[in-house]
Design a protein around this ligand. Structure first.
Ligand code: FE2
Length: 492
């Protein structure tokens, strides 16, 4: 797509919107210091003034460019003893610190829709971001966790002969020159999606300038069902090109880095798997990559599992926030899978179920993950809370972790994706009544959210997790029903 067809809020751009940002990312937290990346975007050739924080000046350097935008990054570090104030693009921003005291952490997922997302009315699309921004202004967030589907890239494959029919039909051995052309086409599509969101959602940009983001991707950051598609698609030249471009865009726009300068929080800095963890006082945020190594037979490969083994060997912490882009706990979906095998009309949904931990194909690996978390809880006394998106509903579940702990699963999805029909929430709710116990003696229970009658809520939503003194709570913001009462987590 040519640069002049780049779709965004043209007025905003022409009237001084040639500069966007900053967006903050938490690169790492060590020895009382925050290591941060600030991304800014410009359509001009001038490089913005260096970022200023305390006495330091940190220059911006270009890390990528496309569709008329240059992406520039400044990396900086600051002590967390006092709130961090920094200056970039002529404006000052303050980051809430005090990570050893009360915490206020926002979680959002599913920021978009499969079809026509660029054409939605930004006010409708971004209503939940505006509410989250208002909440931040009332009580600042320490961190903003993004639990997957930060963009919906599904349509980037349209408009090019090699990928037009993805994933139904792909050419077996395309010419190298055509593949190079495809790569450029896809890259423009990804840049367009990210930049359109940033340019048309001032509420997000306001949040992102003072709340460091931490992201983990899911399928739509690549394409619908990535990893659950047949090998003939995934490993085709077109599939691999799509993956490489998606990963490049994810690193740039969701992590503020490129493949050769991934920050310290990543377990594998060669980028084979994008799993990471961050240690803050008495809380560890762990985000395995459930997409990079996914196949129809496995959720994670050697790299992902080596990270989880490394996490299990870390010194104890009190609370683990486990970002699982697809829910770790859920109803017994194998019933639905069986129904799909015998019902041809439903087979198109089979890949969606393959994406779930509960799929029969992944049951052994699911048990391995649950056992690993059980062992951590039993060995260290840590509480574990899983944060997930993916299903475009709000929900929650619990499972005993050994004798003394409870694994809480909190599902918040989506921030921009509209909910599926109420009937689907009811189907899931009735499946929940069947029960599921992947680990013997540790049944999963699906609970309604505080104040809700049904087990799944079909409204757009976001989630806030707090630590006050030593107690952890979760509050969902449901688009229609409003905020739930706080749900007690640790020790509950
Ligand atoms: Fe989603």
């Amino acid at each position: 797509m040519a640069e002049d067809t780049f779709r965004t809020d043209a007025t905003a751009l022409d009237d001084g919107g040639a500069l966007l940002g900053p967006i903050l990312f938490l690169d790492d937290a060590r020895d009382g210091q925050m290591h941060l990346s600030a991304l800014v975007f410009t359509r001009g050739i001038d490089t913005p003034e260096p970022l200023v924080c305390a006495e330091g000046h940190y220059p911006f350097a270009e890390i990528a460019a496309d569709v008329g935008w240059r992406v520039l990054r400044a990396r900086f570090a600051a002590h967390t003893r006092a709130p961090i104030t920094y200056r970039a693009l002529g404006q000052s921003h303050t980051i809430r610190t005090g990570y050893d005291g009360d915490l206020n952490i926002a979680f959002a997922s599913c920021n978009g829709e499969e079809n026509g997302d660029l054409d939605r009315d930004p006010n409708e699309r971004n209503a939940m971001w505006a509410r989250l921004r208002d909440d931040h202004n009332a009580r600042p967030f320490h961190l903003l966790l993004h639990g997957g589907d930060q963009i919906y890239a599904d349509e980037v494959t349209l408009g090019h002969p090699l990928s037009e029919d993805w994933p139904d039909r792909v050419p077996k051995d395309p010419e190298r020159a055509d593949l190079r052309d495809l790569r450029a086409h896809l890259r423009r599509g990804f840049f367009e999606r990210y930049m359109t969101f940033f340019a048309s959602c001032p509420a997000f940009m306001e949040l992102a300038a003072s709340v460091p983001s931490l992201c983990q991707w899911d399928d739509h950051d690549i394409c619908d069902g990535w990893g659950s598609l047949p090998r003939s698609r995934t490993y085709s030249p077109v599939g691999q090109t799509l993956y490489e471009v998606a990963r490049e865009a994810t690193l740039i726009f969701q992590h503020g880095c490129t493949l050769d300068d991934m920050p310290g929080r990543f377990h594998d800095r060669t980028g084979l798997s994008l799993g990471w963890w961050i240690d803050l006082p008495d809380v560890r945020i762990v985000a395995p990559d459930l997409r990079a190594e996914r196949t129809r037979r496995q959720v994670m490969g050697d790299v992902g599992w080596s990270m989880m083994e490394a996490v299990a060997a870390l010194p104890p912490t009190r609370q683990i926030l486990f970002v699982s882009s697809v829910p770790l706990l859920g109803p017994r979906l194998s019933v639905l899978e069986t129904a799909m095998v015998v019902t041809p009309k439903m087979q198109e949904y089979e890949d969606d179920l393959r994406d779930q931990w509960q799929s029969r194909a992944h049951r052994k690996e699911w048990r391995r993950m649950l056992q690993l978390l059980t062992d951590i809880a039993a060995d260290t006394g840590a509480h574990v809370t899983a944060l997930s998106g993916e299903i475009h509903l709000a929900g929650r579940a619990t499972m005993p972790l050994g004798e003394h702990c409870t694994l809480h699963q909190l599902i918040a999805s989506g921030v921009a994706h509209r909910p599926p029909p109420l009937a689907w929430a009811k189907v899931l709710g009735s499946l929940a009544a069947l029960g599921e116990d992947p680990l013997e003696g540790a049944p999963i229970t699906i609970h309604p959210l505080p104040g809700q009658a049904g087990r799944y809520v079909a409204e757009r939503n976001t989630l806030v997790v707090t630590r006050t003194d030593e107690a952890w709570h979760a509050v969902w913001d449901l688009e229609v029903s409003g905020k739930t009462e706080p749900l007690a987590l640790a020790g509950a």
